[in-house]
Design a protein around this ligand. Structure first.
Ligand code: PGA
Length: 249
């Protein structure tokens, strides 16, 4: 179901005490916008994050998972383990996982399938590199990332998919796609899904924008018709900035 979503990807930041104090501050200041609000702390702090949020509407989500149910995969975390601690949404395909940890479309497709099989929601990230945009290849790249990881899924699986378009050149760089560039790509993504599946599915999927979203630019980006919210990195590490971005939705 298409909903407005603002999600904070904390990446490898915030120790236990910092996690608890940021969540306490966020809960206290959380505006009621009707949007879903999610935070993705590091794995070691997920259990405590869930506990300390209690009945808050803020959802705790994971930054990654492995596709296997269990077994000899040193350093990895399974869907079962996440569900067991009440984390039922997972980010898959973040550009940092692709770039630094060698996650290919093939691996990502397995992760997506594994998560969906367990009834988890998947926040699937994808986006082009700067050279792709400069050479005008960005639509092709995005289409192939979606095709390779998602277009073999059953139509009904799309009810548990959230998309996050994150142009790599805008992540952590301070450089943001213009609201027009974001809208143009989001409309392309929706049309592509409509062509491969149907317009109903395309219109029901939430498509978030990510890449240097800040309080100063959030409102303009979120005002675009095909932008359903944001995946926020750096600015989600500060409660006031994150709350300002939530208000912008
Ligand atoms: P950023 O990160 O907001 O710091 O650019 C976004 C992301 O990586 O999801």
């Amino acid at each position: 179901m298409r909903s407005k979503i603002v999600a904070g990807n904390w990446k490898m930041n915030k120790n236990l005490q910092e996690t608890e104090s940021l969540l306490a501050e966020l809960s206290a200041k959380l505006p009621d916008t009707g949007a879903e609000v999610m935070v993705a702390p590091t794995f070691v702090n997920l259990t405590n994050a869930v506990r300390c949020l209690g009945a808050s509407t803020i959802q705790v989500i994971a930054q990654n998972m492995h596709f296997a149910d269990n077994g000899a995969f040193t350093g990895e975390i399974s869907a079962e383990m996440l569900l067991n601690i009440k984390v039922d949404t997972v980010i898959i395909g973040h550009s940092e996982r692709r770039a630094y940890f060698g996650e290919t479309d093939e691996v990502l497709a397995k992760k997506v399938t594994a998560a969906l099989t367990k009834n988890m929601r998947v926040m699937f990230c994808f986006g082009e590199e700067l050279e792709d945009r400069k050479s005008g290849n960005h639509f092709n790249i995005v289409e192939s990332q979606l095709r390779n990881a998602l277009f073999s899924l059953d139509a009904k699986a799309w009810g548990n998919i959230i998309l996050a378009y994150e142009p790599v050149w805008a992540i952590g760089t301070g450089e943001t796609a213009s609201p027009e560039q974001a809208q143009e790509m989001h409309a392309f993504i929706r049309k592509t899904i409509g062509d491969v599946y149907d317009v109903g599915i395309a219109n029901n999927v939430s498509i978030l924008y990510g890449g240097s979203v800040k309080p100063a630019n959030a409102e303009e980006i979120f005002s675009k018709p095909d932008v359903d919210g944001g995946l926020i990195g750096g600015a989600s590490l500060n409660a006031d900035d994150f709350v300002a971005i939530i208000k912008a939705i």
